[in-house]
Design a protein around this ligand. Structure first.
Ligand SMILES: [Zn+2]
Length: 59
């Protein structure tokens, strides 16, 4: 089950939406900021249907 959540870019501070597959209990992946286009790492902890924590980490 996918859930959309707002995340804040660690570089420019802009918030935008990412979609997380909550069937995966722990995941980390790299995404590009929609505004400044810099890549950063997203770390998500989930239960099915719910995001427990979501962090954005600059590489
Ligand atoms: Zn940015």
């Amino acid at each position: 089950m996918e859930v959309s959540e707002n995340i804040q870019c660690p570089f420019c501070g802009q918030r935008f939406e990412v979609t997380i597959d909550t069937s995966v209990s722990f995941q980390r992946f790299t995404t590009d900021c929609e505004v400044c286009c810099r890549p950063f790492e997203v770390i998500a902890e989930c239960e099915p249907g719910e995001i427990l924590s979501l962090d954005a980490v600059a590489n």
